[in-house]
Write a new protein. Sequence first.
Length: 264
Amino acid sequence: MDLTTLRHQERGAGTPLLLINGHFQSRDSWDPTVAQLSRHCRTLTFEFPNQGSSPTDTGMDTIAHYARYTAAYLDRIGVDPADCVVHGYSFGGNVCRYLHLEMGVDFRAIILGGVGSHRLAEYQLRRLATWRELLAKGETDLFVRTVLLQIFSPDFVCRHTRHFDVTRKAFAGQYGRRPEAVLALIGALEDFFRLDRDGPDSYRCPVHLVGSSADLLTPWQYVEEYAKEVGSVSTHCLQGGHQTRVEHHQDFVDLMIELMAQYG
């Protein structure tokens, strides 16, 4: 994998904690979280091509591309995945699932956020098809609004209209000029949800599930269902929508510190 344009950051000391981005997340969006977590562990954050200010790569349109990029990143910085706790959020959670279940990459522990039962696959594919249709029609602003209204809980949007508008403008500014990057990211997630599966997922390391009470993308009941299927070590329901790390930041940080204490 070509990591010549890699944007990444390492902070703190101790057990490595790899934080894998959500779908349209930039590396910088982890900064408020890392400011606290890096006091307790060694935090690793990076950005995929097609995300944030990283270059567009239309060839990265399968989940395998992003999983291999993650493995290449860890190899480049000299971190053995077996020594590392990984938290994959949303898209990053599915990258993490592919790394472990399809590529055989073992971690010290896996923390999955905003992912659920595979019974959601058809729903997710229909949602992504709607996103594609909006982009194909050139409805960029409507696409951005649709994404954000699915990521944040209705309560948060009502109480934080200014934050919603600032995020909408920043999102549109970041991706409005390169829809091909968005389409590559969408294609990768579609690829994941189309994977053939033979029986329940089987993890070879401890796995923890984190969901949200008002998540419109991955409803809590499907997180609970997946947790039971895979026999998760622990399952946690935080308040807010899919982007609970923004809506209830301190609750998320406190949970991550609590989980990392088990592997410190």
